[in-house]
Design a protein around this ligand. Structure first.
Ligand code: NAD
Length: 460
């Protein structure tokens, strides 16, 4: 923080989920350490906000620096998160892309009126020091999606990664310290209390958070006391609707990698499939075949497709939800259990013969297990897909594109895909509706979210 390493009095252990063993420790920031980081961000703010040209140069240099350090960051991310090395590399590349993308993006002044009575302009201003709080499933991509627009708009940042994955973010802080002016980005590691201390700090003007709905609500409550701005990207329970007449094998080949990528620990992954009864058995079999053949293992080893679940509580949660479904009569078409041995491995699991009201359908499982629910009446499937507090993503799959697009319009979600799921690009906005979030990330909307408006009305 403040351009230098900052030792803390306490540390905490970091576990490699592929072995279940502690392999490193990380600084455990106290409330005083959080305060020091926020003050460093506040000191850096006046000069950073006032020099757009430097910001552009520095953010492009930050993208270069991240890519140059890729080989150093990737093994750290895999060791603490569990994902295969190639996916860790994609995270670093995506984070770098966010820096490059936002480096040159501007929110131009808008002239709203220019006539004999007035000259009226709308200008976007940065907010000040902002808190960025990230989860453990994509520590670098999600942090990059926030830090890059925050800095580009002229804010300064304090970043706190999840205590399960602190090391890759600390490494990124170390790399970017070489290119960013001191105090512009301050990375601290610590537990949930450190996050809470950020959200109540009087100098923080905005909290940009990605994580669970429960924490999102706690942050919204904390922010309310000081009317801090928030962007909350929260959990999802994305429904997939497979229409009558769809090709079950093609759908399985499309849905499986998107549901099981990152071992299902993706906010916006398919999490419950509603399949027309006429094709459900064939779809279940095709998904089960893919699940049985997926190569599960240590992400640092060549050939691994799916790594471990990131942490023990999450592994236990996935196991609990699958066991609960089985107790309620679900059929296990593939997988269905923890893999014996070291590490937090769970068999890629396909469940069927279950419906709404069972926890794995109603709740976010966030792991490698997917329920497939049969339906006969499309209106009923749409109603069930929408009967939830979640509203992140969703998708409709079918051969008749017009029909699929019409069903897509009826789903309540921030994003609905047709014949794909999770496809995203930097220029598309990303947001959750209902309990899945407040505010928008990505594209020019992501930049706007780190500004507030200033209307200048000049009488003539
Ligand atoms: P989490 O909410 O437990 O933790 C996320 C972060 O919040 C961590 O850094 C944690 O230390 C911090 N935190 C915890 N309590 C806090 C408090 N009271 N005040 C401030 N900070 C606090 O989430 P997680 O388990 O790490 O992540 C998984 C969840 O994230 C899933 O629900 C997933 O769907 C969601 N997620 C959403 C998106 C999205 O873009 N919508 C993306 C990825 C993950």
């Amino acid at each position: 923080m403040g351009g230098k390493a900052h030792p803390t009095a306490a540390t905490f252990d970091v576990v490699n989920p592929a072995t279940g063993e502690v392999f490193a420790t990380a600084p455990d920031a106290s409330a005083a350490d959080v305060d020091a980081a926020v003050r460093a961000a506040a000191r850096a703010y006046p000069s950073w906000r006032s020099d757009a040209k430097t910001r552009r140069e520095v953010l492009n240099a930050a993208a270069d620096a991240l890519l140059a350090a890729l080989d150093e960051i990737v093994p750290i991310l895999t060791a603490e998160q569990g994902k295969p090395l190639a996916e860790s590399a994609r995270e670093v590349q995506t984070a770098a892309m966010f820096f490059r993308y936002y480096a040159d993006m501007e929110l131009p002044r808008e002239v709203l009126r220019d006539d004999e009575s007035a000259f009226v302009q709308l200008v976007r201003r940065p907010l000040g020091p902002v808190a960025v709080i990230a989860p453990w499933n994509f520590p670098l991509t999600l942090a990059g999606a926030k830090i890059a627009p925050a800095l580009s708009a002229g804010n300064t940042v304090v970043l706190k990664p999840s205590p399960f994955t602190p090391l890759s973010s600390l490494k990124v802080g170390e790399v970017l310290r070489e290119v960013l002016p001191a105090g512009v980005l301050n990375v601290i590691s610590g537990g949930n209390e450190a996050g809470a201390a950020m959200t109540t700090h009087p100098l923080i003007r905005k909290i940009s958070f990605t994580g669970s709905i429960a924490t999102g609500k706690a942050i919204a409550a904390a922010a309310a006391a000081d009317l801090k701005r928030t962007t909350l990207e929260l959990g999802g329970n994305d429904p997939v609707i497979v229409l009558e007449g769809a090709d079950p094998v093609r759908v399985a080949e499309g849905v499986f990698p998107r549901a099981f990528s990152n071992s299902g620990q993706v906010c916006v992954a398919p999490k419950r499939v509603y399949a027309h009864e006429s094709l459900r058995p064939a779809l279940v079999e095709a998904l089960a075949e893919l699940a049985r053949n997926a190569k599960v293992g240590d992400g640092s080893l060549a050939g691994t497709e799916l790594g471990p679940v990131n942490n023990r509580p999450q592994l236990e949660r996935v196991a609990e939800l699958v066991d609960d479904a089985v107790r309620h009569g679900a059929t296990v078409a593939a997988g269905g259990g923890v893999i014996d041995g070291k590490g937090y491995f769970y068999r890629p699991t396909i469940l069927t013969d279950l419906g709404d009201g069972v926890r794995i359908v109603d709740e976010e499982q966030f792991g490698p297990a997917l329920p497939v629910i049969g339906y006969r009446d499309l209106d009923d499937a749409v109603a069930r897909a929408n009967a939830t507090h979640f509203g992140l993503g969703s998708s409709v799959w079918g051969e008749d594109l017009e029909r699929a697009a019409a069903v897509a319009e009826r789903l309540e979600a921030g994003t609905t895909w047709v014949n794909t799921h999770t496809a995203r690009s930097l220029d598309e906005p990303f947001a959750g509706v209902k309990w899945s979030g407040i505010g928008v990330e990505s594209g020019r909307w992501g930049l706007k979210g780190f500004t507030e408006f200033h209307l200048i009305h000049q009488a003539r």
